[in-house]
Design a protein around this ligand. Structure first.
Ligand SMILES: Cc1cc2nc3c(=O)[nH]c(=O)nc-3n(C[C@H](O)[C@H](O)[C@H](O)COP(=O)(O)O)c2cc1C
Length: 359
């Protein structure tokens, strides 16, 4: 068990399911919805440690939290032990987080150009020094999220795990792809299994979980201590419960059936998420000095929530029409009325399917 990680809310005997850090997505609103549906632990968006030290409002607003979020990990990037340590102390002083995670896997050019993210991977000694410095600066557990290597001919994960263990890291989340793959392609479950077998710290498995069956497969083939879901949780918080149910089912039983959420439930969850997103924007403006060109909360939500809307409604009967107008909505009232029109079409489509169904 991961010391700072509460058990799976569905059942203490089931491995916990975590929400992965995703820049631009995993703000306090998405984290709160995910937690309500069973995510045992969630991560902030990626936060620049140096930006925190410069006391930049543009950086600090990423660490805003909302009531009811459950345990949250602050996810930082940086490459200098002293700066990461000072940032860890500042994060700890907020009292909002249960752990601090180091981004040692992001392959995006802007991040690696500064020696951060996956640029840390060939330097396990430096990763260890960062972990040790952060541990010395704050009592919070320090974890690392990384990948299996830079490319198939550069597997680096075993050296990284050893360095994190020696430095006293509390856990390691492993996106079982290579940095060269960015976010797609095969997930190296064999390497994940090898890492888990050797590791002395808890290993959190991540990458390619799109369904409950994928999570079960990852756990059975690798034995990881927890699973972490990224993209598949966007617009689908129900997935956390589905995974918990499937992990709790006996090995030889088929996964328990999970009916699609009904239209009223999709509406209620989407609306809760939207309300939280609006609340967050208001809170950010109350607590931080944003540039004068920053949008008002309604306009900001209309933009930042588009990607979530797209996911919640994807595959529903009215979604194509809704998508065509996604950029037209400028406030939450317009968004909800368009959502209602879309869900109405979906309800009609479902009613037609039911009435024409011949058993
Ligand atoms: C939009 C987006 C933003 C991401 N941002 C981060 C990030 O800030 N830090 C990080 O470690 N990983 C980040 N990731 C990677 C995810 O945490 C996760 O490792 C990856 O998506 C694989 O998991 P999945 O297949 O379940 O999506 C991001 C992924 C996406 C799609």
């Amino acid at each position: 068990m991961i010391p700072f990680l509460p058990p799976n809310p569905a059942s203490p005997s089931v491995r916990p399911v975590l929400l992965a850090p995703m820049a631009g997505f995993t703000d306090a609103a998405m984290r709160r919805v995910s937690h309500a549906f069973g995510a045992a632990l969630t991560y902030t968006e990626m936060v620049n440690a140096t930006g925190l030290l410069r006391a930049s409002d543009k950086t600090w607003h990423l660490l805003e939290t909302l009531p009811g979020e459950g345990p949250v990990v602050a996810h930082l990037y940086g490459s200098e032990p002293e700066a990461m340590a000072a940032a860890a102390a500042a994060v700890w002083r907020t009292g909002r987080f249960v752990a601090i995670d180091i981004n040692a896997g992001c392959p995006v050019r802007k991040i690696i150009a500064n020696g951060c993210g996956s640029a840390l991977m060939p330097r396990p000694g430096l990763i260890g020094r960062i972990v040790a410095a952060m541990r010395a600066a704050s009592p919070l557990p320090v974890t690392v999220k990384t990948r299996v290597g830079l490319a198939p001919d550069r597997v680096l994960i075993h050296e990284i795990v050893s360095a994190v263990e020696e430095a006293g890291g509390a856990a390691l989340a492993l996106h079982a792809r290579f940095a060269s793959q960015m976010h797609s392609g095969a997930v190296a479950l064999d390497l994940l299994a090898a890492v888990k077998q050797r590791a002395r710290i808890p290993i959190i498995g991540n990458g390619g979980i799109r369904s409950a069956a994928d999570a079960v497969r990852m756990v059975r083939e690798t034995g990881v201590d927890a699973v972490m879901v990224g993209r598949a949780a966007m617009g689908n918080p129900w997935l956390f419960g589905a995974i918990a149910d499937a992990l709790a089912a006996p090995e030889d039983a088929p996964p328990p059936p999970r009916p699609r959420p009904d239209v009223a439930e999709i509406r209620a969850v989407l609306s809760d998420h939207l309300t939280a997103a609006r609340q967050l924007q208001i809170q950010i403006r109350a607590n931080h000095r944003l540039p004068s060109r920053a949008l008002d909360p309604e306009a900001a939500v209309a933009i930042t929530f588009r990607c979530h809307l797209f996911r919640y409604l994807s595959g529903l009967a009215g979604a194509a029409q809704f998508r065509g107008h996604l950029c037209d909505y400028t406030n939450t009232v317009e968004i909800l009325s368009a959502v209602d029109a879309c869900l109405e079409r979906e309800a009609q489509a479902r009613a037609t399917r039911t009435s024409t169904h011949i058993p």
